[in-house]
Design a protein around this ligand. Structure first.
Ligand code: DC
Length: 230
């Protein structure tokens, strides 16, 4: 069966990573979470004092970008790739609220995007990949054979993210903080100059507000089969 590239884009916290991961596992493809890469750069900036208060010092980051090495290594127990920043596993720490609240500034910087897009294109060269993000179907892989644009109501997305934070032991962050963060990231993702979040013309829209994970998987698998068996 021919291998294809699957691009899954959409708003934050809409479950697209869970979907993309399960799909990759089911069809034996590699899964890459492109948001994790922007999160890892953000973590580097926090660790190296590249924020003046809440504001990113872009020229300091420019001087350091070549020192930032991001890789994915397979976790043998889960069978899933995990994010490494300069050799250290940061899969969990990049999901913190501190990183979430600063990542939009970092992902809006043109030279950061150029570096990440080049890395992502390299990872997808051999096809057989499912990548999720914001600009995968528009910028990274405009030729992707299957493009999906995922959306869901903001409150439903905030509730999912809130439940995830609680289940990971964050007892502090409130639902309203999560909702605010999500709305401000939606706004920044859609209005930034560099590769704003927009649905590719040839992407299929999936509103998963009221769909179970199983229903989404079936939907995606059907699309995948239609394309690869034609
Ligand atoms: O998918 P996520 O919430 O983990 O992504 C983190 C941030 O990175 C999000 O605010 C948008 C940005 N991002 C991006 O600009 N381009 C991508 N391809 C993926 C994520």
């Amino acid at each position: 069966m021919r291998k294809i590239v699957i691009a899954i884009d959409g708003f934050s916290s809409n479950g697209k990573s869970t979907m993309a991961k399960s799909l990759a596992k089911e069809i034996g493809y590699i899964y890459i979470d492109s948001g994790a890469m922007y999160r890892a750069v953000t973590l580097y900036c926090i660790q190296h004092d590249l924020f003046d208060g809440d504001k990113l010092n872009e020229s300091a980051l420019h001087n350091e970008i070549q020192n930032i090495k991001i890789e994915f290594h397979l976790n043998k127990d889960t069978g899933m790739p995990e994010t490494y920043l300069n050799g250290v596993n940061v899969e969990s720490v990049i999901r913190s609220m501190e990183v979430s609240s600063k990542v939009s500034q970092v992902s809006a910087v043109a030279f950061v995007r150029r570096a990440m897009v080049a890395l992502q294109q390299e990872m997808g060269k051999a096809k057989g990949i499912v990548m999720d993000g914001r600009d995968i179907g528009t910028v990274v892989f405009p030729e992707a054979e299957l493009k999906v644009f995922v959306t869901a109501d903001a409150e439903i997305r905030a509730q999912r993210r809130f439940d995830e934070l609680r289940s990971k032991g964050d007892a502090k962050t409130t639902f309203d903080e999560v909702l605010e963060n999500l709305k401000s990231r939606d706004y920044m993702d859609q209005t930034r100059e560099e590769s704003p979040l927009v649905k590719a013309d040839d992407a299929i829209l999936l509103d998963n507000s009221y769909m179970t994970i199983d229903e989404q998987m079936q939907w995606l698998l059907n699309k995948f089969k239609q394309i690869t068996t034609n």
